[in-house]
Design a protein around this ligand. Structure first.
Ligand code: AHG
Ligand code: MN
Ligand code: MN
Ligand code: MN
Length: 334
């Protein structure tokens, strides 16, 4: 069996991809990996501990926070604090960004945006959940980092990744030089390279959308769903519908098998539901690096102007030809 390559070894090996970096990004990715292992431990025994159910608090999204949302958020923030490589953490679970004060952190050059626990509605029913993270270099050169350092376009990302706590726990990330996937080997407590140079198939036969919102979908989306459902063996239709309710799990499946994930505008989410800074931008960076496509139905996610921390966007993401097909219907009908 080929030798095991751990995430730590891989990061160091790839270090020379960044001649200017003096190891800070490597240490930052290590810190995220450590927190992921702690969250994984809790996710795997959620039913045995008092961490199922609601925390009894509402976040700025208006969502009822789960205990695991809060636990995961605390783990990532404390790992990033003690690692000393980032000066700001912007989290789904915090109304404002968290400034990491401290002699070392305040001069750190990285910003981390994070969805600590994605797919919270799946926690209590033992279905896959995830974590999504995005890393930016701070733009301000001195003094305290500010909100402007967080509200950067997706094209400015230095790195992005996700963790999926599923049948196995995987960490998948990019630093702009392709996408690599690591599977946690619990027997040694290490993420090991299992999916090198991940590429999403440019075609797919799986579409992933919450059809419960059908009535309020844009006309172009309705037309696309009908296109997916038409019998046409030459184009392998009807396609298969799969919707897990965790963006990370739905997109990871499509990354492996090909497919499209759509969360369009709906009546309850007129700007889309998913958050640009810590869900859409990182996933768009990863999918583009794997050869896929990510837009809001009209324009590239990574180029959207970021004006607020919890800003939402519609998202059409996955196999390039599937996204192009629904975009053509969006421009024709919407
Ligand atoms: P989060 O749990 O971080 O708030 O994200 C949930 C998101 C995303 O993971 C998923 O694709 C989507 O919400 C599901 O939304 P619906 O339940 O409205 O389909
Ligand atoms: Mn949430
Ligand atoms: Mn989420
Ligand atoms: Mn979340």
């Amino acid at each position: 069996m080929q030798g095991v390559l751990t995430l730590g070894q891989f990061i160091i090996e790839k270090q020379n991809d960044f001649p200017y970096a003096k190891g800070e990004l490597s240490r930052l990715l290590r810190d995220i990996g450590i927190a992921s292992k702690i969250v994984n431990r809790e996710v795997n025994k959620a039913g045995l501990m008092d961490i199922l159910g609601d925390a009894g608090t509402i976040n700025i999204q208006g969502e009822c926070q789960k205990k695991l949302d809060v636990f995961a958020n605390e783990q990532f923030i404390s790992a990033l604090k003690s690692g000393g490589e980032c000066c700001i953490v912007a989290s789904e679970e915090n109304d404002e960004f968290v400034y990491i004060d401290g002699e070392v952190s305040k001069n750190a050059k990285y910003i981390v945006a994070i969805d600590p626990l994605d797919g919270s509605s799946n926690i209590d029913v033992n279905v896959a959940v995830g974590t999504i993270f995005s890393i930016y270099r701070r733009k301000s050169v001195d003094g305290k980092a500010t909100l402007a350092d967080v509200l950067q376009n997706g094209t400015e990302q230095v790195a992005a990744g996700y963790v999926i706590y599923g049948s196995s726990t995987m960490l998948v990330y990019t630093t702009g030089k392709g996408v690599n996937g690591f599977t946690l080997d619990p027997s040694i407590g290490e993420f090991c390279l299992s999916h090198p140079k991940m590429k999403i198939p440019e075609d797919g036969t799986i579409y992933s959308i919450n059809e419960g919102n059908y009535v309020h979908f844009p006309e172009g989306v309705k037309k696309y769903l009908k296109y997916c459902q038409v019998e046409d063996t030459d184009t392998l239709r009807p396609y298969t519908s799969r919707y897990i309710g965790s963006m990370v799990a739905d997109i990871h499946r499509n990354m492996i098998k090909g497919g499209i994930f759509i969360y369009p505008t709906t009546s309850s989410a007129p700007n889309g539901k998913l958050r640009l800074v810590y869900e859409c931008n990182p996933m768009a960076f990863i999918i583009e690096q794997a050869g896929g496509r990510a837009t809001d139905g009209y324009s590239r996610i990574l180029e959207k102007d970021v004006t607020s921390l919890h800003q939402r966007s519609a998202i059409f993401i996955g196999s390039e030809n599937m996204v192009l097909k629904v975009e053509s219907l969006m421009s024709e009908y919407s």
